[in-house]
Structures are given as C-alpha cells and as structure tokens.
Design a protein. Structure first.
Ligand SMILES: [Zn+2]
Length: 242
C-alpha cells in the first residue's frame, strides 16, 4: 500500500463544474419570464372583462381563451426561434466536420493556435491539440472555435413545451383567483395576488440574471399594475357604452 494519495484529476465534488449550470440557469430564466408573461397577460384580460361585467362565466371564458392563445403563441414562438438556432448550430458543425475530413493538418494548427491564444506555449498547445483531436476532434473544435457542445444541441420541442407550461402556470394564478373569489372582493384580491406574484417573478428573474433585484421587482410590479389598470379602464368604458 502506498501512503501517498494517488493523483486524481477531476472536478471537486462540491462545485458545479459541468457546463450544464449555465444551461440550467437559462432554462430557469426562461421559465420565470414565461410565467411572468402568463400572469400579466391573463390578469390584463380578466381585469378588462371584469371591468365590463360581473358575470363569472364571461370572465372565465375570456381568461381561458387568453390562456390558451398565449400559451400556444409562446410555444410556437419558442419553437421557431430554437429551430433557427439549432439549424445554424448543425450547419456550423457540418462545416467543421467537412474541414476536419478535408484538411486535418490545417485544422490541427488552427486548434493549437486557439490554445496559444489562451496562453499555452506553442509546444504544449500542439500536444494538447493532438491529444484532443485523437480523442474527439469534432468535440474539441466545436468547443474551442464555436462554443458549441455537439452532444447538447437545444431541442425546439423541449423549449416550446417548457415555455407553454411556464406561461400556463403563470396564467392560472389570476384566472383562478378571479374565478374563485366572491364578486365583491374579486378585483381587489386578484390585483393584490398578481402584484405579489410579480414581485416574486421579478425578484427571481433578477437573481438568475445577476441584476439589481430591488429595481427589477419595482419595475415588474409597476408594469403589471399598469397593464391591469389600463385593461380595467377600457373594460369599464366599453362595458357601459357598448
Ligand atoms: Zn476547426
């Protein structure tokens, strides 16, 4: 038995070293923003209708239609944008794959050059580039040149589905509140619960984006308040004059 601990290369177990951390933060941020959209747009719709009528069925119908339309529109938008991103990532990987097959020597020099730029000596850079090329040439080039992980290309369906769910969760809050609370208190309770929820999503999106949280919370809450005030005023005006 040796007394010295063997050298083990690898990340510390208590630190998040995998590149997944950034990805996860992006997902969280997208989820919070989707929920925020669901809260504000559905609150605007149900408050607008509540300004015109106190009939619960009408308010619920408008809210459900708004929820469905919003969730589908978010999902479709996300699908289109992530598909475009995926197409361009795949095209870049294809080009890299072709270059590796056609001019491997140039590619090796290119890769070594990138490591020299990062601070390695030419000799070491060339050795690193050789070993990485032998191990996984495409992966090494994709990471160093393009900042893409070939094993982690974003999925348009996942993104679309996730944003639909996030929007729906947010939309359910004002919809359920205005549906379940008694007519006399429904507007006030909905406004308060929406503002509270927007304070939380504003705080969370600032946390995940490293922004200043107090200003983000105030901005988010005022934005929601403005949306509800405007639609309620429109609903009240149209409700009495149409
Ligand atoms: Zn290359």
């Amino acid at each position: 038995m040796t007394t010295e601990a063997p050298f083990v290369a690898g990340p510390h177990e208590d630190e998040p070293h995998d590149t997944g951390i950034n990805n996860r933060l992006n997902w969280l941020r997208a989820g919070v923003l989707g929920a925020n959209d669901g809260i504000v747009s559905t609150a605007g719709i149900v408050m607008g209708v509540a300004g015109a009528t106190s009939e619960r069925g009408t308010i619920v119908l408008a809210g459900v239609a708004g929820l469905a339309a919003g969730a589908l529109s978010m999902g479709a938008g996300e699908y289109v944008s992530v598909s475009t991103q995926k197409d361009s990532e795949l095209a870049l990987l294809d080009k890299e794959r072709r270059e590796l097959a056609e001019e491997p020597e140039d590619e090796l020099e290119e890769l070594a050059g990138l490591y020299v730029e990062k601070g390695l000596s030419e000799e070491l850079a060339l050795q690193v580039a050789r070993e990485l090329t032998a191990h996984d040439a495409l992966g090494a080039h994709a990471e160093a040149e393009l900042g893409i992980d070939p094993d982690d290309i974003s999925s348009p369906w996942n993104a679309a589905f996730a944003s639909m769910i996030a929007f729906t969760i947010g939309a359910l809050l004002p919809l359920l509140t205005i549906t379940l609370v008694a007519p006399g208190a429904r507007v006030a309770v909905t406004v308060l619960s929406v503002l509270l929820a927007l304070a939380i999503t504003g705080w969370a999106s600032a946390r995940f984006g490293y922004g200043a949280s107090r200003r983000a919370v105030v901005r988010n809450v005022l934005g929601g308040l403005f949306a509800m005030a405007v639609t309620y005023a429109i609903g009240s005006l149209l409700g009495t004059h149409v």
